[in-house]
Design a protein around this ligand. Structure first.
Ligand code: MTE
Ligand code: MO
Length: 216
């Protein structure tokens, strides 16, 4: 559909976080069978992986209180729990140096709407402690919020961070995903310094530097 947007423009201040359904172009999946779900890691890796949910849970766990930001200018801070991208990458053992490679994330999607993909630079994602997230504020993700696993690079707008993950692929190409291209969003996706609606603080605040918002 020409001129469609990933993010529906917001009419008035979102003092509550906008519904996740508004921003879930390919989903949410109707149901996920956690016994057959896999996180596949492939591409330029020495050891391709097909991790079960239990395999993911066995990796070292972290919880980080950080802020995510939607390109529609709202932001929310939570305790995001899961495993570090770095630990999954260490298992898969990339061929390329992280500096030169890209991480393409793809969702499970739905039969009707297909999948959602986005590609980020691997090196900066690792440096920023990007997360494969499976809990928010201590609770398992709902289908709407990306069950069973979602990628989050906190320095990038959320359109670069795929929910309902099925595959991580290491590549040497940096391309927009279909949904991102339709919406006309930039390939890079670094969070811009400007004013955002801060849902958790019920306030509008100015982020003064590009990248992850750490000041409030
Ligand atoms: N699979 C998938 N992941 C996605 C999207 C999507 O459409 N499909 N939208 C992104 C966008 S634009 C936003 S704002 C966030 C919303 O996540 P939330 O549920 O935490 O609000 O999901 C991101 N991840
Ligand atoms: Mo978004």
């Amino acid at each position: 559909m020409a001129g469609s947007h990933i993010c529906t423009p917001l009419g008035r201040p979102p003092f509550r976080k906008p519904s996740s359904l508004l921003y879930y172009q390919d989903g949410p999946p109707h149901a996920v069978d956690i016994d057959t779900w896999r996180l596949n890691v492939r591409g330029l890796v020495q050891r391709p992986l097909s991790l079960t949910y239990a395999d993911v849970q066995r990796l070292p766990r972290v919880t980080m209180n950080r802020r995510t930001v939607c390109v529609c200018n709202w932001s929310v801070r939570h305790d995001y729990g899961g495993v570090l991208l770095k630990d999954v990458m260490a298992l898969a053992s990339p061929f390329e140096t992280a500096h030169d490679s890209f991480l393409r994330q793809e969702s499970m999607g739905t039969a009707e709407k297909g999948t959602y993909a986005s590609t980020v630079r691997l090196g900066p994602a690792l440096e920023r402690a990007a997360l494969l997230c499976d809990t928010i504020d201590g609770r398992s993700l709902s289908l709407e919020r990306g069950f069973p696993l979602r990628f989050i690079d906190f320095g990038l707008y959320l359109y670069k961070c795929v929910k309902g993950l099925s595959c991580l692929e290491l590549t040497t190409t940096w391309e927009l995903g279909e949904w991102e291209a339709r919406a006309g969003y930039p390939l890079d996706g670094t969070i811009k310094p400007k004013k955002y609606w801060i849902c958790d603080l019920e306030d509008r605040r100015l982020a003064t530097t590009p990248g992850e918002i750490k000041d409030f």
